[in-house]
Design a binder for this molecule. Structure first.
Ligand code: SAM
Ligand code: SF4
Length: 342
């Protein structure tokens, strides 16, 4: 088992397969996209597989495929089939913007349910104009088609929405309504000040909750365990699915952090809010043996920060407001989430 100095067991890996994406969400990607990178800088599938096997040998039990947009990576179906061969891996899920999901699930065919334990789909607004303002692409229908296809395949689906001041505040209740029938959960993620997001303002969890309670009546906390992450869930009268909040800024969500993040470039991070990483790609390509790579992972886990130090000012009412930390100690992460994997 991999444990960190705070005693947290790290059994969950977010595996980014690419920095590229077919959307340009204002809080994640630069409008012009990212510069062309030689393929040699990105881990080949066989390299990712070797690292996943080693990480599972160390204690990883759940993997989430992410990016960028993981579905733009060609040959993903075979990679997923090979990942599934790792005996210690208990759960494999995917997070996607949904645009290519319908075709991808067609290619997986009847195996989709045995290969994937669930799918998270980013859906920031069910209003096509507001969706397009955030994604800088008019592709709501494709995302919804992906969601419908995943539901038809019998996959558990969660939707993720980042509430953004001036973009989708007026749509939050309509987004939550998507949890009324088949979707397992609609989760609201507080904006984190990474890359392009640093100049935008998120809507804090308390405000989203108030908006939803005005619309649906009192929400009740649901303490049953759903998923692997830091989301806090609520039930809404008459809804089959739950409403979740991932409050990166206004609530301390680090205490239960169980994750490592492997970037598409082979950099392993122990915290999304830290620039510290282990360059596993260079180790792999220098011919390192399994033990050498495992030791690099364990050394990184030893310095996993106890908590992030995001500036609270990005979400008003946040943890840092009023100066919990001196301003110069807040972290500033230059990379957008497309590079870190969410
Ligand atoms: N492209 C896929 C998607 O959008 O689901 C996977 C990668 S995306 C980087 C993973 C998640 O991170 C998405 O739910 C996205 O909305 C979220 N995200 C990106 N930038 C963020 C930020 N600055 N703060 C909070 N969440 C962010
Ligand atoms: Fe692409 Fe996901 Fe980032 Fe949006 S949040 S730009 S869909 S990687």
């Amino acid at each position: 088992m991999i444990t960190d100095p705070s005693g947290r067991a790290l059994d969950y890996l977010r595996l980014s397969l690419t920095d590229r994406c077919n959307l340009r969400c204002v809080y994640c990607m630069p409008e012009e996209g990212i510069g062309w990178k030689p393929h040699t800088e990105i881990l080949r599938f066989e390299e990712s597989l070797r690292l996943c096997r080693l990480l599972c040998a160390l204690g990883i039990r759940r993997i989430k495929l992410t990016g960028g947009e993981p579905l733009v990576r060609r040959g993903l179906e075979n990679f997923i089939r090979e990942l599934r061969e790792i005996p210690l891996l208990e759960e494999l899920t995917l997070t996607t913007n949904g645009l290519l999901l319908a075709d991808f699930l067609d290619r997986l065919g009847d195996d989709a349910r045995s290969l994937l334990n669930g799918v998270n789909i980013s859906l920031n607004s069910p209003d096509s104009a507001n969706f397009a303002r955030i994604a800088r692409r008019d592709r709501l229908e494709a995302a919804l088609a992906g969601m419908r296809r995943a539901l038809a395949a019998g996959l558990p689906v969660k939707l993720n929405c980042v509430p953004l001041r001036g973009f989708n505040e007026q749509d939050l209740a309509a987004t939550a309504m998507l949890a009324r029938n088949e979707v397992r959960a609609v989760r609201f993620i507080e904006l984190m000040p990474l890359g392009a997001a640093s100049s935008l303002e998120g809507v804090p969890m308390a405000e989203v909750l108030a908006i939803l309670e005005r619309e649906f009546g009192a929400l009740s906390r649901d303490y049953s365990r759903i998923g692997n992450g830091p989301a806090v869930y609520y039930t809404v009268p008459g809804f089959a699915g739950k409403i979740g909040f991932i409050s990166a800024i206004s609530e301390a969500f680090c205490a239960g952090c169980n994750r490592l993040r492997l970037g598409a470039d082979g950099r392993l991070r122990a915290c999304l809010a830290s620039e510290v990483s282990a360059d596993l790609r260079s180790l792999l390509r220098s011919g390192a043996g399994d033990d050498e790579i495992k030791n690099a992972v364990l050394r990184l886990a030893e310095i996993k920060p106890a908590a992030h130090k995001f500036a609270g000012s990005v979400v008003s009412g946040g943890r840092g407001e009023g100066g919990v930390l001196p301003e110069q100690e807040y972290c500033r992460i230059a990379d957008g989430m497309y590079r870190i994997g969410g």
